[in-house]
Design a binder for this molecule. Structure first.
Ligand code: GDP
Length: 446
């Protein structure tokens, strides 16, 4: 997208149907335009900056839109976008704010694109790119751990960590470039040992940060967990027990869960997209056969499968070794009946009494993260960040022998590449199409 920062944009910042509605205006005409439509006891101007004032909203012909509308003016650069911003807080409902937006467009404003307010904040240096991404993540967070991660990133922790690595890479490159610029002079050069140590240390730090990707993805996107097994082993009961409510129909008649049931759940801070599948068995019932095909498909694409059996002896259907990409946990239900004869690596639970569910939760966490305990309090990068960190690390690996051989001209090339990659994380070197990709995930008005 071409940047048109001289244009003034407006958008509804709240969902239609709420009790209140907020319209946001940003750009050089924000104040003048708002003053054409809003009139209150006080005037919207710098003396009343950042103060909510009560007034009335009407269109440019004086037709009333909303008799009690709060207005607030944030003069740039001390605003969210860094530009002049006005917010109008009016009654919710579809019509009043639609009329207000139409009037704003007639007065020359343009509807904001998705994420354009935050994009302007980024372009005006109010946020780096990791912080702008964190704005979207705060909104989409599905667990407390994901929210905490997004808030740390929004506070600039990831940006600061990457910026430090970028500054150090820049210092390496500056050293190399001064060798190129002043080859014959006796400057205060860094030692070859320092160059080697610094490059190695940077690679370690980059690799460590890139390795937090799995945790970042798990927290941001959640994990799909499928509960599968023979009919009547208690799949729906387990789903309901995990959710603490009756989401799936539980019945003593085999084959009642015909379709897949989906629900969201958080276990040890990990957002799980739960899928309960139809019981697996030979069936002439077309619907149930279709349900089994779905179960197989669900298992194939799940991050984690709970293969459920029951502790009643004769009806144990072993894990059929279906195609799967995630981990499989063998779980035996109905351990309250006291009839279990199973041995080995199986998790024993009772969906009825809740026994063993804490052990199951621990096992789920370990299967997903490869360890117990989310590293809360530290950073966790996204797939985009990780790819760029790995790229930067590879470039430093390339530069290492060239630095040792004092091939300054050749060493400068991968070092510039590393610098570029790190700059793309924080946004210093981000191309417009990358910004398009990132900000189009936002909602309008954000
Ligand atoms: P599904 O077909 O695998 O989804 O199984 P359901 O959840 O519908 O349960 C089948 C039957 O087993 C129902 O009568 C449940 O009440 C019973 N059931 C489920 N879990 C347990 C358990 O942990 N202990 C006992 N005793 N019965 C259970």
């Amino acid at each position: 997208m071409q940047e048109y920062n001289d244009q003034t944009i407006c958008a509804l910042a709240t969902a239609v149907g709420g009790a209140l509605a907020v319209i946001r205006l940003s750009g050089p005409l924000a104040l003048d335009t708002a003053r054409k439509l809003w009139r209150g006891h006080g005037t919207l101007d710098k003396t009343h900056a950042r103060r909510m004032m009560l007034g009335a909203l009407h269109d440019e012909n004086g037709r009333s839109i909303d008799q009690s509308c709060l207005a607030v003016y944030f003069p740039g650069p001390d605003s969210y976008t860094g530009e002049d911003v006005v917010e109008l807080h009016g009654h919710g409902g579809a019509l009043p704010m639609r009329r207000a937006l139409e009037a704003l467009l007639r007065l020359g404003l343009r509807t904001a694109l998705p994420g354009e307010f935050t994009r302007r904040a980024f372009l005006n240096g109010k946020l780096d790119l990791t912080q702008a991404e964190a704005v979207a993540e705060v909104i989409s967070a599905e667990s407390d751990a994901a929210l905490a991660l997004a808030n740390r990133q929004l506070a600039g922790e990831l940006g600061t960590a990457v910026e430090e690595l970028r500054t150090r890479t820049q210092a390496l490159l500056a050293e190399v470039e001064s060798h190129l610029d002043f080859p014959d002079e006796e400057l205060d050069w860094q030692s070859p040992e320092w160059l080697a140590r610094e490059t190695a240390e940077l690679q370690l730090r980059l690799r460590a940060l890139a390795a937090t990707r799995r945790e970042g993805e798990v927290l941001r996107e959640g994990v799909s967990l499928v509960i599968a097994g023979a009919p009547n082993v208690g799949k729906s009961s387990l789903l309901n027990r995990l959710l603490g409510r009756d989401r799936a129909i539980v019945s003593a008649t085999p084959g009642t869960t015909r379709d897949t049931v989906e629900a969201e759940l958080v276990v040890h801070g990990i957002p799980l997209h739960l899928v309960d599948t139809a019981g697996i068995r030979e069936s002439k019932d077309a619907i149930e056969t279709d349900g089994m095909a779905r179960a197989r498909n669900a298992v194939a694409s799940a991050d984690l499968v709970l293969w459920l059996t029951e502790a009643v002896g004769e009806n144990v259907l072993p894990w059929p070794e279906w195609a799967h990409r995630g981990a499989v946990l063998q779980v035996e239900n109905k351990c309250d009946l006291g009839t279990s004869t199973s041995t080995g690596d199986i998790i024993r639970i009772s969906a009825k009494t809740g026994e063993g569910l804490d052990i199951l939760a621990d096992a789920i966490e370990e299967a997903i993260l490869g360890q117990r305990g989310l590293a809360t309090g530290t950073l966790a990068v996204s797939a985009r960040h990780a790819a760029l960190l790995v790229d930067a690390c590879t470039r430093l690996t390339e530069a290492t022998p060239l630095l040792a051989a004092q091939e300054w001209e050749l060493a400068a090339i991968p070092l510039r590449g590393a610098l570029n990659a790190l700059g793309e994380i924080t946004g210093q070197t981000a191309a417009p199409d990358l910004l398009d990709t990132i900000f189009h995930r936002f909602c309008i008005g954000k």
